[in-house]
Design a protein. Sequence first.
Length: 132
Amino acid sequence: DYCGLPVLTKGRLNAYKSLELAKQTPAVTVTVTPLGSTTLQRGDAASYEITLSNNTEQAVDVSVKIYAVLPNGVEKVLQEFEQTLSPSQTFTQTYEATVPGNAPFGSYLLVGQAQTADSFDEYPVNYEIVEK
């Protein structure tokens, strides 16, 4: 090799299937659906729907977390709960969060997270807090 380093393959890289990632559908998927505008002002309420879908033929216990990522990167947990889903069950719940009067202006993420014993899924939604 041109750097003088010993290379077993004489400079060749066999990349066939070496970087293949196995993308499997999580046991439980989560989606976050805004129920209204994603551009808000201080004092406004953000309504959103969380949907959990069991993609297996077995009952599963799910740890659910809904959190906001503030413009400075800080995470604030809004909801946390445990839910048991029957085989192929879909669970939907509506939530509302009020934007605090001192919330920094800027871009936020609202993230729904679902975790089982052997799978993990997240779903982010962008929100913007603007001046009146």
